[in-house]
Design a protein around this ligand. Structure first.
Ligand code: AMP
Ligand code: GLY
Length: 425
């Protein structure tokens, strides 16, 4: 089986690296990929260049027995999976219609309401809303305000605040940028990410993980795309994953099917584990970053065959997934200025040798004219550590980051600490 991974982040590097270990997979290509992937396997085609992707798959001799995996949300929401399927390719990733579960928060709310899935109460505001409308909506929420950009914002469009004025300012800023706004009730409880392989109404959960969305230690600073993650979750009660499958994922998969938009690919449920159990914060229509880097490092089942089974409607026939014992931790090294304006073009030196216990995945990196590795994005690298438990995995991830030098870069020092019982105070 030949494979093509579409996208350029650490998530795509993790998927490509895992596909390499599948004995059924003969070739792993990436479009455009990043310098962590061998240059001979990288193709200079953008993730949203449908024609370029179809031409590339043809050039590489792809047929239905091969596999295209789409990493990021933007091409999915734009319908790239549909177009590749029309060209006769087997694609891991949902249709444009099904990807609306991520592309429009209002659509996701509607699906959840129909499916009876617990989520935050929300109200919408649009460009036509008056100052008075905004005040009226704010009156109905609080003391903690959750204000969201109702479009794709890379995890950075959400402000959670007790400051009514800050909430109003974010509403005005998002409306001013041309996007509608959702104001939501605050969901209490620890957050988790559960990734589910979904093929119509067949649902198979991966290991639960937790992302760390804020930029700085102790969950301070602005929201980011994710600064680190660990899997599995020692604090999650027994039976929790099964409850999420039954109460959240299956009803949503059924509802999408009923609407004529069956989901095929990875459904990412971002949840708050509250006193009454799981409540949905958001859905994504693809693997999450940085959770994927941790989760896939523990997957024993060959990835290519598994994703190909989803892509071709055969998930129900697959044997149960196999996982390594132990834990995995991802720590993201970010560029100075992230998540605002990351500094780019700075040299990166000191990358350690990869081992089975710890390795570094690339994301916002590129090669300059002299072939030196330089930074080119906000989240630059992801270190992954594996171990018998969370403490060991975390120690290995941090040791892999220690020798790396990138001027102005930073990473959180507390990924997984609360769960590992490490007291920061
Ligand atoms: P989202 O882009 O919807 O995942 O939101 C980003 C982050 O904002 C989430 O991971 C949560 O930490 C926080 N958040 C979003 N919505 C809520 C909510 N209704 N209640 C509490 N926290 C939320
Ligand atoms: N880890 C958050 C995301 O992938 O959206």
């Amino acid at each position: 089986m030949k494979t093509l991974v579409v996208g350029s982040g650490a998530r795509e590097h993790a998927i490509a690296a895992k596909l390499e270990t599948d004995p059924e997979v003969t070739e792993v290509h990436a479009a455009p990929g990043n310098p962590g992937i061998p240059e001979s396997r990288r193709h200079d085609v953008a993730a949203d260049d449908v024609r370029g992707l179809v031409a590339l798959a043809e050039e590489l001799g792809f047929g239905p027995d091969d596999l295209v995996v789409i990493g990021p949300e933007a091409p999915l929401v734009a319908g790239v999976a549909d177009r590749l399927r029309e060209a006769g390719l087997s694609v891991f990733g949902p249709s444009k219609e099904a990807a609306r579960i991520e592309g429009s928060k209002a659509f996701a709310k509607d699906v959840m309401a129909e499916a009876g899935v617990l989520t935050a109460h929300s109200e919408g505001l649009t460009a036509g809303s008056s100052e008075r409308d905004i005040s009226d909506v704010l009156d109905r929420f609080g003391p903690r305000f959750v204000v969201k950009d109702d479009g794709l914002a890379g995890g950075k469009g959400v402000v959670v605040t007790e400051d009514r004025q800050a909430a109003r300012e974010h509403i005005e800023a998002v409306l001013g940028s041309g996007s509608p706004v959702l104001v939501e009730s605050f969901l209490a409880g620890p957050e988790l990410s559960l990734f589910l392989l979904v093929d119509g109404e067949t649902v198979v959960p991966l290991l639960p993980a937790q992302d760390h969305k804020r930029a700085y230690d102790n969950d301070e600073g602005p929201n980011t795309g994710g600064m680190g993650a660990y899997a599995p979750l020692p604090w999650l009660p027994d039976g929790a994953v099964e409850r999420i499958v039954e109460e959240v994922a299956r009803p949503v998969a059924k509802e999408l099917n009923r609407r004529g938009a069956p989901f095929s690919g990875l459904l990412y449920a971002g949840l708050a584990w509250g006193e009454e159990g799981p409540a949905v914060i958001e859905f994504n229509a693809r693997f999450g970053d940085p959770e994927t880097q941790a989760i896939l490092s523990l997957l024993k089942t060959p990835l290519g065959g598994l994703l190909h089974a989803v892509a071709t409607g055969r998930l129900a026939e697959q044997p149960p997934l196999k996982w390594e014992d132990g834990s995995a931790v991802t720590v993201v090294l970010a560029a100075e200025g992230y998540p605002g304006r990351p500094a780019k073009g700075r040299p990166i030196i000191g990358l350690p040798e990869d081992t089975d216990e710890a390795y570094v995945l690339h994301a916002g990196t590129s090669l300059d004219e002299e072939g030196r590795l330089v930074s080119s994005g906000g989240r630059v690298l992801s270190a992954v550590g594996r171990g018998r438990d969370l403490g060991e995995a975390r120690g290995r991830a941090y040791r892999a980051l220690e020798p790396i030098e990138l001027q102005g870069s930073f990473y959180r020092r507390d990924i997984g600490d609360k769960a590992a019982g490490i007291d920061l105070s």
